[in-house]
Design a protein around this ligand. Structure first.
Ligand SMILES: O=C(O)CCC(=O)C(=O)O
Ligand SMILES: [Fe+2]
Length: 291
C-alpha cells in the first residue's frame, strides 16, 4: 500500500478525505530547508547528551527527547501551523470543544534499530474510549530524510477501520518516505510504528501530537515548559499547551500564594488574558451539554 502525498496547496477537503479514508498522509515541503537546519541545530545538544531507549518499544538504538516547545524556539510555529490547524479543526473538532498538544518529542532512530511493533497510539488510553471517538492526531515533521531503509515510520493505511484483532499483511504496510521539511500526519487509531534502520545514520523526526482537550496529556506540558518559559510564548501556542481553560471548568487553578488573589481562575489570568469561556456557558447550556 502507499501513503498519499499532497502539496500544501491541495484543497483541504482532499487532505481531510485522505486522513479519514486512509488514516494517514504526507504533506510535502511544508517548511523550508533552512528552517529544518535551524531546528536540527537546536535539537542536537539535547540529543547528543541523551541516552538511547531502555525498552523494546522505545528502541534500544533510538533516542527520544521531549520539551520541544521549551527547548526549540524554531519548532514553536510548527505547532500552530495554519494548515495543520485546519486539519485539526475538522478532524478532532467533532469530539471536543478544543484540542491541545498531547506531546512533543524528537525521535532519532539510530543505525541498527529494529522495527517497532505496530500499534495504535490510542492504546495509551487503555481501551476506555469507544472507536467512534478519535482522540488523537499525530504530526511527524521530517528533520532528516525519511526512507524505507533509514527507519521511515511504517503505517498501515485504512487500519483505523479494522477490527483490533486483524493483523496486516506485509504488502499492506506503507512507509512514510519524505524529504526534510515534509510532515506525516496519522490518526490515533491507525496502525504504525518506527521502521528498521539499515543505514549508517540516524533518522530524525519532530513529533507534535494533538489530542482532545478533555483528555490527560501524554507529555506533561506544565512541567516540560514551566510558567517562566510559557509566559514568553505566543498566547495561542501557550493555550494549545494547556495553559488555558478547556470548556466550562476544566483546567482552572488557584494560586497557592494568598497575596496573588487568584481563586478558581483560568490559567490565562496568569498572563493577563481572558479565557474564551469566561462568559460562555449559561446554566441551561451546562445542563443540556451533558451526555
Ligand atoms: O519513530 C517513529 O517513526 C514512530 C514512533 C512511534 O510510533 C511511537 O513511539 O509511538
Ligand atoms: Fe506510535
Amino acid at each position: 500500500m502507499k501513503i498519499k502525498v499532497f502539496n500544501k496547496e491541495e484543497p483541504l477537503e482532499n487532505i481531510l478525505a485522505s486522513i479519514r479514508n486512509d488514516g494517514a498522509l504526507i504533506i510535502k515541503d511544508l517548511i523550508s530547508e533552512s528552517k529544518v537546519k535551524k531546528i536540527k541545530l537546536e535539537l542536537e545538544p539535547y540529543l547528543n547528551s541523551s541516552k538511547s531507549g531502555q525498552s523494546e518499544f522505545s528502541g534500544f538504538n533510538t533516542k527520544r527527547i521531549g520539551a520541544l516547545i521549551a527547548r526549540s524556539p524554531e519548532i514553536r510555529d510548527l505547532a500552530t501551523n495554519n494548515l495543520i490547524k485546519q486539519v485539526l479543526d475538522a478532524f478532532l473538532g467533532p469530539y471536543c470543544d478544543d484540542y491541545q498538544i498531547n506531546l512533543t518529542q524528537a525521535v532519532s532512530i539510530g543505525p541498527g534499530e529494529k522495527a517497532q511493533i505496530l500499534h495504535r497510539d490510542r492504546g495509551m488510553y487503555g481501551g476506555y474510549i469507544p472507536r467512534k471517538i478519535e482522540p488523537l492526531l499525530g504530526c511527524v515533521w521530517a528533520i532528516t530524510e525519511f526512507t524505507k531503509e533509514n527507519g521511515a515510520t511504517q503505517v498501515v493505511p485504512t487500519s483505523h477501520t479494522w477490527d483490533k484483532s486483524r493483523e496486516p499483511l506485509l504488502e499492506e504496510i506503507a512507509y512514510a518516505e519524505m524529504k526534510p521539511g515534509s510532515v506525516f500526519l496519522y490518526t490515533g487509531t491507525v496502525l504504525h510504528g518506527g521502521g528498521v534502520n539499515l543505514t549508517e545514520s540516524a533518522r530524525l523526526g519532530a513529533f507534535i501530537h494533538y489530542s482532545l482537550s478533555w483528555l490527560r496529556q501524554q507529555e506533561n506540558q506544565y512541567l516540560s515548559c514551566p510558567t517562566e518559559i510559557a509566559k514568553t510564548l505566543d498566547p495561542e501556542l501557550r493555550s494549545l499547551m494547556g495553559y488555558s481553560r478547556a470548556g466550562y471548568v476544566l483546567g482552572y487553578f488557584s494560586s497557592p500564594d494568598e497575596k496573588d488573589d487568584l481563586e478558581l481562575v483560568s490559567p490565562e489570568e496568569l498572563f493577563g488574558e481572558k479565557s474564551k469561556y469566561d462568559n460562555f456557558v449559561s446554566p441551561k447550556e451546562l445542563v443540556d451539554g451533558s451526555s
